[in-house]
Design a protein around this ligand. Structure first.
Ligand code: ACO
Length: 322
């Protein structure tokens, strides 16, 4: 069995909607500024119970049900997240137990906003090696837990959510190419300064926050994604015109538009959810994929290009036949 194929998708969002108008009450900002700079209109924000593990579990359950796959049949669970419920056990282990998939391999991948696409690439390798027949790949985040709601530069950008896919070994084409990269030299442009081994501070939220140089991140993201899509097409032996849908990481509509332009794709072939979800980090690509599948836009047999860029910096892509 040569390929890893997506047999079903699922997603989960927190209940609470926070609009740009709501944020106008917290910081000196405006709906107009947020919409024109980012494309964001609203985002979902988790309550205490809606943890990364909870959202990831709900997305996974939906994907498994739609796939008709029993949790006990899974060989592998990989969760892309940078906001795990607790440091250990991994969120993958927490979700595994709730699903009743005990015994299979389960681990988290931390690649910031590229987490889901990295996780998908890892699961693809497991399946291609012949070791794994059925895998669950989840992207789940509660990045708003890190947000400083007094800082307008960052608090308007993020939201919470999760998406999941069930992969199966198949002779029919599925994932055709994956690319993964990182450059730790860019750490200072986008990072959270606090962990376990370093940085813990006696400050509000223990010093956990998102430090971001927005304008610089924007520039590097556009340039890097430009070469990433070229590399991915070459790896799959395809051309721009072979791609039916672009499913990009949802950080900023202007970054998405730049990538679409590079691919010579009109925006009606691009899945956009940033207006409703804002940047959900590892959650964004699988959330957008699930929405595109459920709305009937994405059809079986079509070629999808998934890509993401995030803190690290990390960047990754997957070109697949759905
Ligand atoms: N409301 C009103 N004004 C604001 C706000 C706000 N929420 N935030 C910043 N401003 C002000 C700034 O203070 C600045 O004022 P000044 O000109 O008087 O100094 C002005 O707006 C313009 O700021 P810029 O940073 O130049 O605005 P820009 O057009 O670059 O947009 C943004 C900022 C949206 C952050 C953009 O740079 C961006 O999206 N960068 C990518 C970063 C990103 O997406 N990070 C997420 C994680 S990484 C990833 O997933 C890609």
């Amino acid at each position: 069995l040569k390929y890893a194929r997506i047999i079903a998708t699922g997603s989960a969002l927190p209940e609470r909607v926070v609009t740009n108008a709501d944020l106008e009450k917290l910081v000196e900002t405006s709906d107009e500024w947020i919409r024109t700079r980012t494309g964001i209109r609203e985002r979902r924000v988790s309550n205490a119970e809606e943890t990364t593990g909870e959202l990831g579990y709900r997305a996974a359950l939906q994907a498994l049900e739609r796939a008709g796959v029993k949790a006990s049949d899974l060989d592998l669970i990989v969760v892309g997240t940078t906001t795990p419920d607790i440091i250990f056990p991994s969120t993958a282990c927490l979700i595994q137990h709730r699903l009743g998939a005990n015994g299979c391999a389960a681990f988290d991948v931390n690649a910031a906003c590229s987490g889901f696409v990295y996780a998908l690439g890892v699961a693809d390798k497991f399946i291609r090696s012949g070791q794994t027949r059925k895998a669950l790949v989840i992207g789940a985040e509660t990045l708003t837990r890190m947000v400083d709601w007094n800082e307008r530069e960052t608090c308007v950008l993020f939201g919470d959510g999760a998406g999941a896919v069930v992969l199966e070994a198949s002779d029919e084409p599925g994932i055709l190419a994956t690319c993964m990269h990182a450059d730790g030299g860019y750490k200072d442009l986008l990072y959270n300064p606090v962990g376990v081994s370093a940085g813990f501070k006696d400050e509000p939220n223990h010093g956990v926050r998102i430090n971001m140089s927005g304008r610089e991140v924007f520039k590097v993201a556009v340039k890097t994604l430009d070469s990433l899509v070229g590399e991915t097409l070459a790896a799959a032996g395809m051309h721009e015109s072979d791609i039916d849908w672009l499913i990009p990481h949802q950080a900023n509509l202007r970054i998405i538009e730049a990538t679409a332009k590079r691919l010579k794709m009109s925006m009606d072939r691009v899945i956009v959810t940033v207006d409703k979800h804002a940047n959900t980090s590892s959650g964004s690509v699988p959330l957008a994929l699930d929405e595109a599948v459920c709305s009937g836009k994405v059809q079986r047999g079509q070629n999808l290009l998934l890509e993401a860029f995030g803190g690290g910096f990390t960047w990754a892509s997957a070109l697949l036949r759905y």
